[in-house]
Design a protein. Sequence first.
Length: 434
Amino acid sequence: MSETRSAHWRDILTALKHAPSWLLLALGFSAGLPFLMTGATLGFWMREEGVSLTAIGFMSWVSLLYGLKVLWAPWMDKVRLPLLYGWLGQRRSWMLVSQIAIAAGLILMATIGPKGNLTAFALSALFVAFASASQEIAIDAWRIEQTKTLADEGLNPTFYAYGFRFAVLLSGSLILIPAEHHGWPKSVIGLACVMGIGVIATLLARPSEAELSVTPKPQNLKTLLIEPFQSFFREYGGLSLLILLTLALYRLPDYLIGPVAGPLYEDTGLSNSAIAYMRSTVGLTASLIGVALGGGCILWLGIERSFWIGALAGPLSNVAFAMMAVYPGDLTVFGATLVIDNVANGIAETAFIAFMTRLAVREFSLTHYALMYSMAAFSGKLLKGFSGQIVDSLTPDMGLFGAYQAFFIGTAVCGVPALVLCLILRRKGLFRPA
């Protein structure tokens, strides 16, 4: 037993010496930076400009593109970009193009603003979502192809999640300070400049062995679209639809609260500076602990148990937001909410990434991962568009804070089906040795 543990620790230390693990910090940061600019931060910005919750909820549908990326993932998996492919290879060439597009889209959003042409503003946010989803496709494929050992299965999603969380802290919390003093346009342009971190990481990365070993072959509709999806259903047979349904419901509670979390902070009377301070101290610490716990669970409990723990912890954190509506403006309650939410979702998100990484068949890793992620993202991002409308419709009868309470408790209940499906997958013996 001690020899097994020693070997396990040696595997972890070896994995920590590999450059890909550390580059995933920067690539995760690059993936997370634009994420909230089509989600919670966008809602916060629009609420400050006096936009209704209903309009904010509908605006969140621009992020549906994250759930539709499976439609163009096969092209990114096989189609080579002229000039850039010879220099950077398949994955990194798409990363670079996507990162430049994200920066351009953020600058366009800052130039138009919610008070300008709302249609043009929505289209610019749509462009950012498309570019951001494309960047995730390329990074996910590169990360999966760098995952070779059990230690990699735990460390790679952990490093990626750490980078993602730091980016979310910047674009979801720290941005509120310059936005309060210098305005949103300058702050969003600043985010566009920070995308340079992702560009540097892309240039420093190296092609994976799997990418270099691919033998080019003529591309047609069958090889681009049919074969990748056929291989997934062939690999998992009768469990395929059950897996996809589980993923569709797994992160649903977290998605549902996205459009109204920012407005809740605004409506409770918390200042931008207070929100930014609490998120960057209490929230950041809790987030780092949550991701570390998620990685630790994967390394010592395995992906199967970690996935189930995440399905339980994620929805429970939504109840904490309901408490914020009971005690509006209370910084202690706000801090407790941040701790519960960030720890729970750090565990859930890390397990979620590791679960999909394990199931992606290497030959079609990009398309398989995009398929699974799309099932999770599309359902959540479609339904979350009604979140603001639900709160608005409950407000006349229950009052604003009563409506918030009912909504957040309801979203926690939405996590029960995923728990049941996780137990079914466990009984059916989905997992086998990597």
